[in-house]
Design a protein around this ligand. Structure first.
Ligand code: 5RP
Length: 237
């Protein structure tokens, strides 16, 4: 069964459900985007029906719609600029908890919400754990300056492509009204340095490199049988 769609779904479910157990009554939490976070939402929905009182800040329209459907009260960073914790998925996680995110094009709000949280809980299936980050780094760009940003991103050693929609002609438009440029790297030698270099390119809104969430971070790695919980040394249980 390992590697099958059912096994991956079971691994994601295990990780999402375990993350939901960390949530305590009265917390205001960040709700990431994607299929693994969906399982945390599903589990939290059950706990809310049993009396848990929480509010969530969604990182995308998809998550806001799902959370409403599952009875999770929503709030905003305007009303709650500091969050107790944030639960989110990732596309790759390395042994030092550096990550690539953004397959779902929600990376900018995800980074804002993660940075607002005291504790970052990342839920992944075991295939996402890598020795070294590499491959595609999604970058959100301002449409006005995307071509200029692309030229400068190429200078960082990648092959950049504007992400095209599925069931929509032309570029993907993010929830913030921007484009996504998928930057294909043969190798990422210095992920933190690359994140910093991308951040100063005019027209780049945010990159999917998350290299600064290595403190107060918990990675819950699911497989179809169980979860492993990896914690940074400074996590307050
Ligand atoms: C969306 C993301 C997702 O969290 C990431 O792609 C993981 O998604 P999934 O849990 O569906 O594998 O970064 O922008």
């Amino acid at each position: 069964m390992a590697g099958t769609a059912d096994a991956v779904a079971a691994a994601k479910r295990a990780a999402g459900y375990q993350a939901a157990e960390i949530v305590e009554d009265g917390m205001v939490i960040g709700l990431g985007t994607g299929s693994t976070v969906f399982y945390a939402i599903e589990s939290l929905s059950g706990r809310i029906r049993e009396g848990l009182s929480i509010a969530g800040v969604p990182t995308s329209y998809q998550t806001a719609m799902r959370a409403r459907e599952y009875g999770i009260p929503l709030t905003t960073l305007d009303d709650n600029p500091v969050l107790d914790l944030a639960i989110d998925g990732a596309d790759q996680v390395d042994p030092r908890f550096r990550m690539i995110k953004g397959r779902g094009a929600a990376l900018t709000r995800e980074k804002c919400v993660a940075s607002a949280a005291f504790r970052f809980v990342v839920v992944v299936d075991e295939a996402k754990m890598v020795k070294k980050l590499g491959g595609i780094v999604p970058v959100e760009t301002l449409p006005f300056a995307t071509k200029t940003a692309i030229a400068q991103l190429r200078g960082l050693g990648c092959r950049p492509f504007i992400r095209e929609g599925v069931k929509k002609d032309g570029p993907v438009i993010t929830d913030n009204g921007n484009f996504i440029v998928d930057c294909h790297f043969e190798e990422i030698a210095d992920a933190a340095g690359l994140e910093a270099e991308m951040a100063v390119i005019p027209g780049v809104i945010e990159s999917g490199l998350f290299t600064r969430f290595t403190g107060n971070t918990t990675i819950i790695v699911g497989n179809e049988k169980k979860c492993s919980v990896l914690t940074s040394p400074d996590v307050v249980p």
